[in-house]
Ligand binder design. Structure first.
Ligand code: C5P
Length: 310
C-alpha cells in the first residue's frame, strides 16, 4: 500500500472483544458458521519490521511472552511468508513484536500480530498490495485477522472473516480480567459441539444460519453502554466455563463490583466487563485487583492496523 524507504517499518494493530457471538453449524471446511459483532479495543500489538535475508521474530511487551513459538508456526512469520509468496518477494524480514494483547486470551492478539505484519512488510518491501489483496491474505491466516486489519466495529459472518462495517457512536469502556492460563480456541469449539451432540434440542437452532440481533446493532449505534450490556452474548461462554469453571467466579465478582455486564471474550479465558464510564472502570479495576486478578482497562472502538511514524 505504500512504498519502501525506511529500514524499519512500524505497524500497530488492535485486539478485539466480540460483543455478540452466535455459533451455527459446522461448515465443510471444519469451521463453524458464525455471526459476530466485533469491537476493536485499545490494546495494541506493535510490530517493527526490518530487512533480513530470512524470516525471524522476537517478542517483548507488557505480558510474559516466553512461551510463544518463534519458528515458522508463528502467525506473524506465516503472515510475512504469505505476503512474500503472493508478491514474489525473494528476501525475508526480522519482526520485533511488542505484545500488549493477552496471549491465548480470546482477544485476537495473534491475529493482530499477523495484521500488523502484513501492513509493515508491505511497506518495507514496497509490494504495493491493495487493501483488498492484504485482506484476502489475512483471511487465509485466521478467522479474526481481517477484522484486526480493518478495526472499528464490524459484523463478521462465515468463519468470522466476511466483514461488513457497523455504525457505532462514542466510546465504550471495558475492564478486562486476564487469566493466568490460556485456552485453546479449537478446544472450546469442540466442547460446544460435544454439548450440542449431548443435548439434541440444541442442534436444531445450530442448523439455521446465525445472525446478529438487531438490538445489538441499535445499542452500538446509540453508543449506550446500558443498552449494549443488556444484549451482550457469546455462545462460546458456556463451553468455556465448562472447561474452566473458575471463570464463573470472575464474572460474578465483576458484576458484584459495578460492571453493567460481563462476557467471555471470544473463546476466552479473558473476561470483558462493560462499565458506564472511566470512573467506574477504575473502581472495578481496583476491586478486581484486590482479588488478585490481573486487570487492564481498554476503550473501543479503535482504528484497525496502521503504520506508525516513530
Ligand atoms: O481461524 P483461527 O485460527 O483463529 O481458528 C482457530 C480454530 O477455531 C479453528 O481451527 C477452528 O477449530 C475454530 N473455529 C471454528 N469456527 C470459526 C472460527 C474458529 O470452528 N468460525
Amino acid at each position: 500500500m505504500t512504498t519502501a524507504g525506511t529500514s524499519v517499518v512500524h505497524a500497530r494493530a488492535p485486539g478485539k472483544v466480540n460483543v455478540f457471538l452466535k455459533v451455527g453449524a459446522v461448515m465443510e471446511d471444519g469451521y463453524h458458521d458464525l455471526a459476530t459483532a466485533y469491537q476493536a479495543v485499545s490494546l495494541f500489538e506493535e510490530v517493527r519490521a526490518s530487512p533480513a535475508t530470512d524470516f525471524s521474530v522476537q517478542f517483548s511487551g507488557s505480558i510474559d511472552t516466553s512461551g510463544l513459538a518463534i519458528d515458522g508456526t508463528n502467525l506473524a512469520i506465516k503472515a510475512a511468508r504469505a505476503l512474500a509468496r503472493k508478491a514474489g518477494y525473494r528476501g525475508g524480514v526480522h519482526l520485533d513484536v511488542e505484545k500488549n494483547v493477552p496471549i491465548a486470551g480470546g482477544m485476537g492478539g495473534g491475529s493482530a500480530d499477523a495484521a500488523a505484519t502484513l501492513l509493515a512488510c508491505d511497506a518495507l518491501w514496497g509490494t504495493s498490495a491493495t487493501k483488498d489483496e492484504l485482506l484476502a491474505i489475512a483471511a487465509t491466516l485466521g478467522a479474526d485477522v481481517p477484522f484486526s486489519f480493518t478495526g472499528g466495529t464490524a459484523i463478521g459472518t462465515g468463519r468470522g472473516d466476511q466483514l461488513s462495517p457497523a455504525l457505532a457512536k462514542g466510546k465504550f469502556q471495558w475492564v478486562l480480567a486476564l487469566a493466568d492460563f490460556g485456552m485453546s480456541t479449537p478446544g472450546v469449539y469442540q466442547e460446544l459441539d460435544r454439548h450440542r451432540d449431548r443435548h439434541a434440542q440444541d442442534i436444531f437452532p445450530a442448523q439455521h444460519q446465525p445472525s446478529v440481533d438487531t438490538s445489538v446493532l441499535q445499542a452500538l449505534r446509540a453508543g449506550d453502554p446500558h443498552m449494549l450490556a443488556d444484549v451482550l452474548h457469546n455462545d462460546l461462554q458456556a463451553p468455556a466455563l465448562h472447561l474452566a469453571p473458575g471463570l464463573g467466579k470472575v464474572l460474578q465478582l465483576g458484576e458484584e463490583n459495578g460492571a453493567l455486564a460481563g462476557i467471555l471474550s471470544g473463546s476466552g479465558p479473558t473476561v470483558a466487563f462493560l462499565v458506564t464510564d472511566a470512573d467506574s472502570a477504575l473502581e472495578l479495576q481496583v476491586a478486581l485487583s484486590a482479588s488478585r486478578l490481573r486487570v487492564v482497562r481498554a476503550t473501543g472502538p479503535v482504528h484497525g492496523a496502521r503504520l506508525i511514524s516513530d
